[in-house]
Design a protein around this ligand. Structure first.
Ligand SMILES: NC(=O)c1ccc[n+]([C@@H]2O[C@H](COP(=O)([O-])OP(=O)(O)OC[C@H]3O[C@@H](n4cnc5c(N)ncnc54)[C@H](OP(=O)(O)O)[C@@H]3O)[C@@H](O)[C@H]2O)c1
Length: 349
């Protein structure tokens, strides 16, 4: 058995890490920490985590997190960098935040005011790479992993096969709706039920959302050249889930492929990926089918009249979009079977 500590355990991502850790045959939950809620019982924040209800949240310090095999950081933007620097080099540290995702400091500075904390191996195992291989190749045995953002997980896996194959122009549009848990648990007036129920709204419009450079980084790695992304997030009246609609023109050299051949390209790219499901022809992704599962469901369509490929992808932002990815990467880092302890079946309806 390995021990896992979770920093940010009172939050949404931390709670989902704990739920999955409880079902993982090789993990024992150690320290659970928070900030303002330190000192309270975990059961007050996550009544669903019955076996851990009597655990008391500690302060989030390097000392409290020491002595574990795995430390998951599920902290607000900018809080992971300084803490991670104080953790032992031989501990597997998995950062669910954005602090260590970008390889280019310049891309970070365009979207963030805090100093760039540096880049860690990127935790998207299924990402096809132009250089050959997949994202997982860089994750075996590592001691630091940056878990992807939830939107980048959906958009990157949706478009990467077409860019890697040269089928798509490297200039793509992504519009993605997310449930409100994607914004975390801290109280914000625009996330109140009264504001979100029965209403949808875009935000971060005009290419200013900080997930934009992360999606570009991933798709450029898949294409082998620079990919430009126009990304618009949308807040949807549901607690969890992302539905991403990703559109790209056919590359000039792609000719006039048949719709079936386009779909086949994605199906073949993910045929051996247990967590990425290209749905049968005629079925469309729905967020509800991925709730609680470490899966991404996608479908590919050719819009022949417009000369574009449209890929729709559904993912649970808290599972494959964060906590499931975190444990998938921990499995790889510890040389355990990649799928160990991770749910394939969602909770529906
Ligand atoms: N939510 C998602 O769908 C999602 C998806 C992908 C990635 N992520 C990333 O995961 C991280 C956590 O997100 P979340 O949605 O779980 O946020 P959240 O629900 O707001 O939880 C934040 C957690 O961090 C603690 N915290 C707050 N300020 C802190 C500080 N200065 N130092 C140490 N701990 C502090 C909070 O403790 P208190 O309760 O005591 O305040 C809470 O436990 C973020 O970086 C987010 O970008 C989230």
């Amino acid at each position: 058995m390995r021990t896992i500590a979770v920093a940010g355990a009172s939050g949404y991502a931390g709670g989902e890490v704990l739920r999955l850790a409880l079902g993982h045959p090789e993990l024992t939950v150690g320290a659970v920490t928070a900030a303002g809620n330190a000192g309270s019982l975990l059961g007050e924040h996550h009544p669903q985590l019955v076996p851990l209800a009597d655990r008391r949240l500690g302060p989030t310090t390097a000392e409290a997190l020491a002595g574990h095999d795995i430390v998951v950081l599920a902290l607000p933007h900018g809080a992971s960098g300084p803490l991670a620097a104080a953790l032992p080099a031989d501990t597997v540290v998995i950062d669910c935040g954005a602090d260590h995702r970008l390889t280019a400091g310049a891309a970070w500075s365009t979207f963030d005011e805090e100093p760039h904390a540096g880049s860690w191996p990127y935790g998207l195992p299924e990402l096809p790479l132009a250089a050959g291989g997949r994202g997982r190749d860089a994750l075996h045995g590592v001691r630091r992993v940056a878990v992807p953002g939830c939107y980048p997980t959906a958009a990157s896996l949706a478009l990467a096969p077409g860019l890697a194959a040269g089928l798509l122009e490297p200039d793509v549009v992504v519009v993605a709706a997310s449930g409100t848990s994607g914004a975390g648990r801290a109280v914000k007036p625009h996330l109140l039920g009264t504001e979100t129920m029965g209403s949808m709204t875009p935000y971060g419009v005009g290419g200013v959302h900080r997930h934009t450079p992360e999606i570009e980084q991933n798709l450029s790695a898949a294409a082998g050249s620079t990919v430009v992304v126009s990304f618009t997030p949308v807040l949807a009246p549901m607690p969890r889930g992302i539905l991403a609609t990703c559109v790209a023109r056919l590359a000039p050299g792609a000719g006039r492929p048949a719709a079936g051949d386009v779909r086949k390209l994605w199906a073949e790219a993910y045929a051996d990926e247990p967590f990425v499901h290209v749905l049968p022809d005629g079925r469309w992704p729905r967020t509800g089918a991925t709730v609680g599962a470490n899966t991404l469901h996608l479908q590919v369509a050719l819009d022949e009249r417009a000369g574009r490929v449209v890929v729709t992808a559904a993912v649970d932002n808290l599972t494959k979009g964060t906590a499931g990815a975190a444990l998938q990467c921990a499995n790889l880092a510890l040389d355990l079977p990649e799928t160990l302890g991770l749910p394939l079946a969602g909770v529906a309806p």
